[in-house]
Design a protein around this ligand. Structure first.
Ligand SMILES: [Ca+2]
Ligand SMILES: [Ca+2]
Ligand SMILES: [Ca+2]
Ligand SMILES: [Ca+2]
Length: 352
């Protein structure tokens, strides 16, 4: 019993010494390493010191498998309809006391809660996973590596992982696509090859390196399953354009501008008003094309005026920009229409 207690005391001192020598490893002493300590026993007989004895104990440190996956940042990824290669960013941290590989999957959600107090309403397409090969925290399409697993991630090491996907067209503002990234610990195996699935030791402690799963439950995984998952999401910020087309009679060849009528030869002013709903993304390069029917003749002298305003529902002939007329079509381009803004394209034609 005395021998036993001395051995434990010695082991405690030794463990403290090990921790002091390797303070960098939060995950603890490296799995598979051995810890040996030797006790010496001195004694006397008749008050005379005798030759002492020693005893050693060697143990193998077992493997504690643990990891976390986390979204980088705290906000959704804002995307435009039709955007390609939209990026969400995660970190995968190996908090095990061993070098491991980590299989990666990115799964789309079908409805339900997203990552930011929102609700999944659509799916992105062409979902791929990249490792931040140059470790700059930014997705670089030419540099970062398309992966299905993280190879040889060291104890306490963190890798940045990007989920990259395309966004379909025709989606309204605030539509959400949630994606879950799951990392599953694997044997490290050899470099550049994904190791085998990890197997937890379910029997009593063995003399060799046993394996214990110590991970928590993430977004969609369970506790102690060698996996961890986190959600992130994409949220649409779209323009919401609407157009109205109105006409007014300017003059006719008989009445002039006094109470003119829509008789042949009368001049008609057409106004196309383009509005963008409040809270929308700014629309740019808004191209308006208006083919004239055969019984109208374009008023070359008036031209096409763009960027005009609408006052109390009436188009103002105050557009400073100019459009074109070609192939019997009046055309004007509005450089931008911001949220809550209305701009016009105005032209005149006469009735044949
Ligand atoms: Ca979805
Ligand atoms: Ca990068
Ligand atoms: Ca490997
Ligand atoms: Ca887990």
């Amino acid at each position: 019993m005395t021998h036993r207690s001395k051995l434990l005391g010695a082991a405690g001192v030794f463990a403290l010494a090990v921790l002091g020598a390797n303070p960098a490893y939060a995950a603890g002493t490296t799995a598979g390493s051995t810890i040996t300590n030797t006790v010496s026993v001195a004694f006397q007989v008749g008050g005379i010191a005798q030759t002492g004895t020693t005893a050693s104990d060697t143990l193998t440190v077992d493997r504690k498998v643990n990891l976390t996956v986390a979204e980088v940042g705290t906000t959704t990824t804002t995307v435009s309809p039709g955007q390609s290669s939209a990026v969400t960013t995660f970190t995968v941290t190996n908090t095990s006391n061993a070098v491991l590989d980590f299989a990666l999957t990115a799964v789309q959600q079908v409805g339900g809660a997203g990552a930011h107090s929102n609700t999944d309403t659509f799916d992105v397409t062409n979902v791929k996973i990249y490792r931040d090969a140059n470790a700059n925290g930014t997705y670089d399409s030419a540099t970062d590596t398309l992966v299905t697993y993280l190879d040889e991630l060291g104890a306490d090491a963190t890798a940045t992982v990007f989920v990259v996907a395309d966004v379909p067209l025709a989606l309204a503002t605030s539509s959400v696509a949630a994606v879950t990234l799951t990392a599953t610990g694997r044997e490290g195996g050899v470099a550049s090859t994904q190791g085998a699935a990890l197997v937890q030791t379910t029997t009593a402690n063995t003399a060799g390196m046993d394996t214990v799963f110590a991970d928590a439950a993430g977004a969609t995984d369970a506790a102690r399953d060698a996996a961890f998952s986190a959600k992130d999401d994409y949220t649409i910020f779209a323009a919401a354009l609407s157009a109205t087309k109105t006409s007014r009679i300017v003059s006719d060849p008989v009445n002039g501008t006094t109470l003119p009528k829509m008789i042949p030869g009368a001049t008609i002013e057409y106004c196309i008003a383009v509005s963008n709903a409040a809270g929308s993304a700014t629309a740019t390069t808004v191209a308006v094309n208006d083919p004239l029917p055969a019984n109208l003749t374009y008023d070359t002298g008036f031209g096409v005026k763009t960027n005009g305003t609408v006052l109390a529902g009436v188009c103002q002939a105050d557009g400073a920009g100019s459009g074109t007329f070609a192939s019997n079509t009046a055309s004007g381009t509005l450089a931008s229409v911001a949220a809550g803004e209305t701009k016009t394209v105005l032209f005149r034609a006469t009735i044949n």
